[in-house]
Design a binder for this molecule. Structure first.
Ligand SMILES: *Cc1c(COP(=O)(O)O)cnc(C)c1O
Length: 451
């Protein structure tokens, strides 16, 4: 017998009702079960199979608008450049492009993706600590809005390339403010020991050099201090205060500073942790950078794309282990790696109305991959579920599909966009033929192999 559930304490996981109430694009229908907007997840599973990623277009739009409204409400002239790495699905990008968002890209692939989604080059920013010459060449050819320079070495490389092509690159200098964003160590980026940006003490001299280098036109300063920042505004305020000081020094020396790139990182409540609203971030920016009167840029990824997505999965079987109940899903760490990689907590909801109302007992929710780390949750209060029952892993829209792999020769899952009462497959489930297509035997091993 499974142990009875502990009495609710301050530390208890949120209930199904609480998870739903905090996610307005989800609802539970007495007959149809869990819905995304107006579409029952059971319908999507029947049509597309599982595991599948499901994104709410309505939630994406609402969040894009809420962020822009918060920035405008704080009196800021701001442009939002969605960080494509959080979710690079073409349809998701298309929805965000229609909302007037630009893109922050970190590779040639993301630059191509953003352009394919209809995001104009004039709204694209290129970040990253190791842009290759080939990538910089494409950025110059496309004449994108801004390339964020992360080192003196990169500046020299870009200057030589731009000059040789007869182009002038608009560059921002990414500065490492040496503040602790107090987030997971794997996603903090603004400490001096991190690989990102140049030290703030070196920034004035380097910025002056950029202004004198052929093929470069410095247009601003960029910072990005980390991801999933939920610890309040202290780290942001500290970073942006340093940015304001630096901008004042540069302007005082007659150097051009046209705008300030505030990066991304705004966290979301995966469980029920307090997470700052966009109004708090807008307020922190206005308080620190507002007096400079310059336009600001934001590069949010997770805050926009995280909550609108979920991973829909089927129960393979429920296994009674020694003192533990295991729920084995057809989704695994190769699909959603965040629990294995960052010890992340994701809400898990049953999809059928009966399962949502059934008695709860602690379950370890795992995938079929041959790693103990392939665990989505431990001791989670869930009903007893039959093979084939559907569950939704919540808030999986950011750093979900983009981080998935084919480990254990598991195909990449399908992606589905819901928009009101409509839904469409926006990325096919990978087929086994496609998985094998790029592999070949050298001729000396080919003899006798299956053709
Ligand atoms: C990852 C990244 C972002 C987006 O971070 P989120 O936490 O998803 O908002 C923005 N800017 C840069 C430079 C990044 O590397």
């Amino acid at each position: 017998m499974a142990a009875p559930l502990p009495i609710a304490s301050a530390d208890a996981d949120p209930s199904f009702a609480e998870l739903l109430a905090a996610r307005p694009h989800l609802s539970l229908h007495a007959l149809d079960g869990l819905l995304v907007e107006e579409v029952p997840l059971a319908r999507i599973a029947a049509a597309v199979g599982t595991p599948s990623w499901v994104y709410s277009a309505g939630a994406l739009r609402r969040r894009a608008r809420a962020l822009k409204a918060a920035l405008a409400g704080a009196g800021l002239r701001a442009s939002v450049h969605y960080a494509v790495k959080a979710n690079g699905n073409l349809a998701v990008l298309r929805v965000l492009a229609s909302e007037g968002l630009g893109a922050d890209v970190v590779s040639e692939g993301e630059l191509r993706l953003a352009r394919a989604a209809g995001i104009p080059a004039s709204a694209i920013v290129f970040s990253g600590v190791g842009k290759t010459e080939r990538e910089l060449r494409l950025a110059l050819a496309e004449d994108i809005a801004q390339i964020n320079i992360e080192s003196a070495e990169e500046a020299a490389m870009l200057s030589a390339l731009a000059a040789s092509l007869g182009r002038v690159a608009r560059v921002a200098l990414r500065v490492n403010p040496d503040v602790d964003a107090r987030t997971h160590a794997k996603i903090t980026t603004g400490r001096s020991e991190n690989k990102f940006g140049v030290g703030i003490d070196d920034a004035p001299a380097l910025y002056a050099r950029l202004a004198a280098m052929p093929g470069l036109r410095p247009v601003g300063i960029a910072m990005h201090i980390g991801s999933q920042i939920t610890s309040g505004m202290a780290a942001y305020r500290a970073a942006y205060a340093r940015m304001a000081e630096l901008a004042t020094v540069l302007i005082g020396r007659g150097l051009p500073v046209e705008h300030l790139d505030c990066g991304g990182g705004l966290g979301i409540p995966y469980r029920d942790e307090p997470a700052p609203a966009p109004e708090a971030l807008a307020g922190a920016i206005a308080a620190t950078l507002g007096p400079l009167g310059l336009p600001v840029m934001l590069e949010p990824g997770r805050w926009i794309a995280g909550p609108p997505g979920l991973l829909l999965s089927s129960v393979v079987l429920q296994k009674q282990g020694a003192g533990r109940r295991f729920l084995v899903l057809d989704a695994a760490m190769n699909d959603l790696v965040r629990p294995a990689m960052y010890e992340a907590w994701h809400g898990i909801l049953p999809v059928s109305p009966a399962d949502c109302a059934a008695a709860l007992a602690p379950s370890d929710v795992v995938g079929p991959v041959c790693e103990t780390g392939d665990t989505f949750a431990r001791g989670r209060a869930l009903p007893s579920l039959q093979p084939g029952a559907l569950v939704a892993l919540l808030d999986a829209g950011a750093y979900g599909a983009v981080m998935s792999s084919t480990y254990n020769m598991r195909p990449l899952a399908a992606e589905v966009l819901v928009d009101g009462s409509r839904f469409a497959v926006v990325r096919d489930r990978q087929g086994y033929e496609a998985m094998l297509a790029g592999q070949r035997l050298p001729d000396w091993l080919a003899e006798g192999a299956v053709p």
